[in-house]
Structure formats: C-alpha cells, structure tokens
Design a protein around this ligand. Sequence first.
Ligand SMILES: Cc1cc2nc3c(=O)[nH]c(=O)nc-3n(C[C@H](O)[C@H](O)[C@H](O)COP(=O)(O)OP(=O)(O)OC[C@H]3O[C@@H](n4cnc5c(N)ncnc54)[C@H](O)[C@@H]3O)c2cc1C
Ligand SMILES: NC(=O)c1ccc[n+]([C@@H]2O[C@H](COP(=O)([O-])OP(=O)(O)OC[C@H]3O[C@@H](n4cnc5c(N)ncnc54)[C@H](OP(=O)(O)O)[C@@H]3O)[C@@H](O)[C@H]2O)c1
Length: 370
Amino acid sequence: MVAAVITSVALPSSKSSSSLPHRSSLASSSSFISTDKISFKKVLPQCWDAISTGTRMVSIRAQVTTEAPAKVEKETKKNEEGVVVNKFKPKNPYTGRCLLNTKITGDDAPGETWHMVFSTEGEVPYREGQSIGVIPDGIDKNGKPHKLRLYSIASSALGDFGDSKTVSLCVKRLVYTNDKGEIVKGVCSNFLCDLKPGSEVKITGPVGKEMLMPKDPNATIVMLATGTGIAPFRSFLWKMFFEKHEDYKFNGLAWLFLGVPTSSSLLYKEEFEFMKEKYPDNFRLDFAVSREQTNENGEKMYIQTRMAQYAEELWELLKKDNTFVYMCGLKGMEKGIDDIMVSLAAKDGIDWTEYKRSLKKAGQWNVEVY
Ligand SMILES: Cc1cc2nc3c(=O)[nH]c(=O)nc-3n(C[C@H](O)[C@H](O)[C@H](O)COP(=O)(O)OP(=O)(O)OC[C@H]3O[C@@H](n4cnc5c(N)ncnc54)[C@H](O)[C@@H]3O)c2cc1C
Ligand SMILES: NC(=O)c1ccc[n+]([C@@H]2O[C@H](COP(=O)([O-])OP(=O)(O)OC[C@H]3O[C@@H](n4cnc5c(N)ncnc54)[C@H](OP(=O)(O)O)[C@@H]3O)[C@@H](O)[C@H]2O)c1
C-alpha cells in the first residue's frame, strides 16, 4: 500500500531552461487543457519528511577473495509480485490524453528532450522500471498504421501528480540527415514531442521486468544512464525520495551517474540536486558532460570515464549482496562500462564475464540499452 503526501514545498529556483516547470507553472498549465475530463492537482505530490539518518543496515562481504564471490540464486530480489505486462496490446491500445509536455533541454543543447505526462485514469498499472508502447497517429509509407515504439516510464507508479492516474515519458526528438542529405524526422519521437495538452495518445503495455527495483529498502542501487536512459531512474528516485509508502522506506544508498553531451542537456538536474541536498547520506550524484569535461588525461568525459574515478569504491560495492546495478540508454555505454570492470575484477583475480553472469542471475546487474 502506498500513500502520497501532498505538500507544497518549492523546488530550488531554476536559472536554466532545462528545468521542469515548477509547481506554479504546472498549476497554470492546467488552464490550457480544454477537456473537463482532465484534472490534475495544483501541487506536485512530494513528501519531504526527513528520512531517518539512523544506522544504515548494509551487509558487506567479510573478506576479499581471489575467486569470484559466489552469488547464490535466491528468491527474486526484485519487486515482481503482481507486475502487470501487456494489459494493452497494439490491437486494443489504451487511449490517454496528454496533460503536459515541456522541453527540458536548453535551447543550445544538441537535440531536444521533452518531458510529458499522459492521463491513464489508473488503467495502465505500471511499476517503476517498466516501459510503455506508443502508437503514433498516421500511416506508414505502405499505408498501414504506424507500429508502436517503446519508451521507458519516467514517473514512479504514483505518477507525477501522486494519484496513480498518470504516466510520464522522457523523449528525445530524433532528427538526422540521411545519405541523400535529406533531413529525416523520427516518426514517434516527433509525434510525442509535438503533442499538445489535450491530445489523445495510444498506449500499449506496460512491458518489461528487467529494470524493476529491488525490494530491499536498504539496498545500494547504482544507476548508470546516458541521455534519456535517465527515465527509469527518475522513476526509482521519486519513489525513494519524494514519496511516502507504508511498505517501502528507502534507507540504503542510491548512486546516479548520468552522461549527457552538454550541461544544457542535463535532464532533471534540479530534481536530483534537491534530493541530494535533502538526503546527502542516501544519495550520490555524478554527471559526465562529454562535450565540456575531460579527465586528467584529457579524455572525453563519458559515463564510464566518470565511474573510473570511483573504480575501487564501485568494485567494493559490487561485492556486496545487496548492491544492484542498473544501466539504461545508449548501447555503446555497455562496452565502456564492461571495460573498466574487467580490469577492476582482474586485480582481484576475478573473471568479469563470469562474475557479471552471476550478478545477472542474482538480479544485481540489469541492462536495458538500445
Ligand atoms: C526498451 C526501450 C525503451 C526506450 N525508451 C526510450 C525513452 O525513454 N526515450 C526515448 O527518447 N527513446 C526511447 N527508446 C527509443 C524509442 O523506442 C524510439 O526508437 C525512438 O524514439 C525513435 O523512434 P522514432 O519513431 O522517432 O524514429 P523512427 O521513425 O522509428 O526512425 C528510427 C530509425 O531511423 C534511423 N536512424 C536513426 N538515427 C539515424 C542516424 N543518425 N542516421 C541514419 N539513420 C538513423 C534508424 O534506421 C532507426 O531505426 C526506447 C527503446 C527501447 C527499445
Ligand atoms: N530502456 C531503454 O533501452 C532505453 C531507454 C531510454 C533511452 N534509450 C536509448 O538511449 C539513447 C539515449 O540517447 P540520447 O540521444 O537521449 O542521449 P544523448 O543526449 O545524446 O546523450 C548520450 C551521452 O552518451 C555519450 N556517449 C556516446 N557514446 C558513448 C559510449 N560509447 N559510451 C558512453 N557514453 C557515450 C554521448 O556523448 P557524445 O555525444 O558527446 O559522444 C552523450 O554524452 C537513445 O538511443 C535511446 O533510444 C534506451
């Protein structure tokens, strides 16, 4: 059972255009939604009750061994009971409405990313870490309806308005130049980024179990995101830090690494910085801004470059039974992250491929890249 407590606490004021609208602008945005079926609260459902800073319960492996620490297959550590998949199929999608759609990257960012909220009336019962499908309006070049595209859900199960009646996405507008020099716009991402409040949107799913959160409220959760791969982690972090749940009170460590090209493309920066300010013992936040930052060797600051700065610490965390790593975003990041892990594991005489396999089996290494 969950309970969202609605409070009216202001987020830190924004100086950049990459921030979500604050409560006041969220509230005023309701005025341009024409249908009277749509109603949403005038405040974000955030609960800022201080999380107890009492002793953290962590189980650390007692010894450093020269063999891969054995990972015993246990009862699932993820929150899987009652997880719904494919309630809505492409032939019979749920029709929601766009309640809010806002650009969250700065005007000088390479590319646009939008945050959008759709009404579900509670009919799309998703969990943190799942995705939904969207069927864009219109037909393809063969005259057939467009196929669905998948998007990671960016809101917690309670939704951005705390009433379990909405689902949010974080979508990058795809625009590229093809071999003939023509500018091509991705079908579904442009459909979504151009959606106006009040417009209908066809939703399928929910789908996916790979990225479900661990049940253990004392877990260490390492989140590795590039670009819009941040979506599932915003969802996790809202549940951990912005909400009150009877059966879940996070008191572990959440560590987010986010890689983006420029500081104007940092996604949800102010939300995350606010969490860090409120819960410094439970939240660590590291950005890798690839086109503005370098490491001491002058190398481009990718997410794995930033992680390498904490390599020993990360490796020690990975030896714990209640550390869960999640990776989401660009496919290329997986190899980069594997590369640093190979050398770290090798220092302890451990074969990374084998160890990763055991972590995966125990639900501790979770990857959704595309
Ligand atoms: C599980 C999952 C979750 C996802 N979550 C998200 C998310 O949260 N946010 C998000 O924004 N996206 C997400 N995606 C990606 C999303 O599903 C779409 O693929 C994306 O939005 C592009 O769809 P589109 O319809 O706009 O492009 P389409 O019209 O489908 O065009 C895409 C095609 O264009 C071509 N193409 C693309 N780039 C180039 C290029 N540079 N040069 C040449 N050809 C190119 C490729 O053939 C590609 O298949 C996710 C994907 C998966 C599988
Ligand atoms: N569940 C999922 O599977 C899921 C969910 C959400 C998004 N996605 C996918 O994630 C991708 C996110 O793209 P985006 O356009 O939103 O991101 P973006 O804003 O372009 O940011 C991506 C960042 O990753 C960097 N990068 C590039 N190659 C890398 C590599 N090999 N290793 C590590 N970092 C690398 C980029 O650096 P430079 O550009 O400077 O090189 C940039 O800083 C999309 O392809 C989307 O489809 C998947």
